[in-house]
Design a protein around this ligand. Structure first.
Ligand SMILES: Nc1nc2c(ncn2[C@@H]2O[C@H](COP(=O)(O)OP(=O)(O)O)[C@@H](O)[C@H]2O)c(=O)[nH]1
Ligand SMILES: Nc1ncnc2c1ncn2[C@@H]1O[C@H](COP(=O)(O)OP(=O)(O)O)[C@@H](O)[C@H]1O
Length: 204
């Protein structure tokens, strides 16, 4: 039997909330979620690998992708460009596999416009002071960028109500379990096995 099209999940939330940490954990586990690797013009951080964490690229190439409609969505974030290559997403969904995007809020809103059937998950920190602690603790950004990211975070949090789910990232394992539970629940909702069971009842 032909597999139904996969489901598209969008994980979003303020910088420093733990999106990368959660995605790293989920990618190491056996799940049906395929991770879409974004394209960015940002410089790689120490330990980041091209083609694993991001497709790192020059501005010209990124611009070309936009012009050729090769990005499902894209956004400028603190001076760099980030975008989702469309081909991987459509090919994977067509094969019947689920895809998860880890993107910021402007991009998520574009996906909502272009692919409204996607399922939107907003990851929240336990508090704003904890969010600051996490960004400072990560030690990857200078003070002015941290402040910039925190003021964007406040604006992003205001968009929370547009999402289907709000998931707290208090403990990494708990947040991962919640996201996996959402994926299972959404499959139950989409697949509705009523027809199958109706046939079974009729056959008995
Ligand atoms: N719109 C959009 N945002 C992205 C994409 N990839 C990553 N981002 C977001 O860009 C923001 C900055 O990412 P990054 O520089 O890796 O920093 P970090 O996620 O805060 O560690 C984060 O909120 C990411 O979720 C993408 O393809 N599209
Ligand atoms: N549940 C959590 N509890 C404590 N620290 C966390 C938790 N989740 C993530 N962190 C830490 O917060 C920092 C930011 O996480 P990161 O995954 O880089 O965030 P994002 O990708 O959303 O910007 C990292 O140092 C990470 O180890």
């Amino acid at each position: 039997m032909k597999k139904d099209r996969g489901l598209l999940f969008v994980l979003s939330g303020p910088s420093g909330v733990g999106k990368g940490t959660i995605m790293k954990e989920i990618r190491q586990q056996e799940t049906n979620l395929k991770y879409s690797i974004s394209m960015t013009t940002r410089q790689p951080r120490e330990g980041e690998i091209d083609g694993v964490h991001y497709h790192f690229t020059e501005k010209e190439k990124f611009q070309e992708m936009i012009e050729n409609n090769k990005l499902l969505e894209w956004a400028e974030f603190v001076g760099n460009y980030y975008g989702t290559p469309i081909d991987y997403v459509t090919e994977t969904l067509d094969k019947g596999d689920d895809v998860i995007l880890e993107i910021e809020v402007q991009g998520a809103l574009q996906v909502k416009k272009n692919y409204p059937e996607a399922i939107f998950i907003f990851l929240m920190p336990p508090s704003l002071s904890e969010l600051r602690n996490r960004i400072v603790g990560r030690g990857t950004e200078p003070e002015d960028i941290i402040n910039n990211r925190l003021s964007i975070a406040r604006e992003e949090i205001e968009m929370m109500s547009l999402y289907d789910y709000v998931v707290e990232n208090d403990k990494v394992e708990l947040a991962c379990e919640r996201i996996k539970a959402i994926s299972i629940a959404e499959h139950c909702r989409r697949d509705r096995l009523e027809d199958k069971y109706k046939q079974l009842l009729e056959a008995e």
